[in-house]
Ligand binder design. Sequence first.
Ligand SMILES: *Cc1c(COP(=O)(O)O)cnc(C)c1O
Length: 397
Amino acid sequence: MPGFELFGSAERKEVEDVLESGVLMRYGFDGMRNGHWKAKALEAELQSALNTQYVQLVSSGTAAVSVALAAAGIGAGDEVIMPTFTFVASFEAIIMVGAIPVLVDIDDTLALDPSAVKKAISSKTKAIMVVQMCGSMGHMDALQEICSAYDLVLIEDACQAIGGTYKEKALGTIGHLGCFSFDFVKTITSGEGGAVVTNNKEFYVNADQYSDHGHDHVGNDRGAESHPILGYNFRISELHAAIGLAQIRRLPDFLAIQKKNYTMLRDALSKIPEVTFRTVPNGGEESYAILNFFLPDLETSRSVSKNLKEGGIDGCFHYFDNNWHYVRKWDHLKNVKSLYPVSKEIKEGLAYLETKTFDQSDHYIGRNISCLIKLSWTEAEVQARAHKMATIIKSSI
Ligand SMILES: *Cc1c(COP(=O)(O)O)cnc(C)c1O
């Protein structure tokens, strides 16, 4: 998945354009910039690559999730349903806007289980945040149906899934709002950066203003602007956007390499009867950024994970024991370890985490191993890796 493996002259050329004009800011300075609008150009490229109406670049994927929530008017005391398996950014963003994260089990897609989502809906629920983990997706039709039936906003965190599709639509463009990250380890990188995408004009205008201090961006050279709303600074810089611009143009190549490498590894592992793979919903196509597989039980997964590491196979994760991606180790969320006081609603709203167990999520994440698919591997390297992984797994079962 990491775009950082492959960058060079195209990225350098875009950055040089920015340095040449000296305008590192995405807004204003119209006369100085020699026609270089890298953030605007990247927004246009994303719009066409993802086939979505509106794109707002921001400073990170985490900012994208916060801005998406704010753009949909989600805030104090509202509940947002999110999965037990995701990156910590999901609950950070929810708490930042004053809302309450309601954690819900995943299923064998490694994303939200629609039946568990339904059970978690209360009168305070405002949104469902599906996280398209590890390059694939949840049961989007079922989640969309629930959102329509209960009048909820569907937010898709597609930070790990750029290039994946569901029924011909790009992941991130199926919900009311979608979020992407271009941090250093994502499929395409801008160093740091993110994007909010939507087909809803009101949400887009909100995201555009909120991410730049509430400026309405009316007129040229910032001369005629006013502040219709309160906002913050989640802007991306022109330097970051420049790198992203070169990378998005290479996305089709990156996806083709990912798919090829993923398929070689998967073919080798699928010959082992004890190895199974996560469900990709009908009509879905992964981005092939990460290969996920299940082993028969927790102990086998722990030993396979250890043996892969010791055998020199890097980039494979047993997220069950990992503090960044799975609920079991999120102690800073469970005890709300915030530097400043959080609202009574958030404190009380999170009390359920002291006793709640997530047996269904444990059942999947306990047995799951996720392996990063790199872009820089040669075919011989992938074959050698596939052979070594299969040998290690077979001897660990
Ligand atoms: C990386 C990631 C984020 C956050 O993106 P940053 O750009 O690192 O802030 C959010 N959600 C998921 C699922 C991610 O993988």
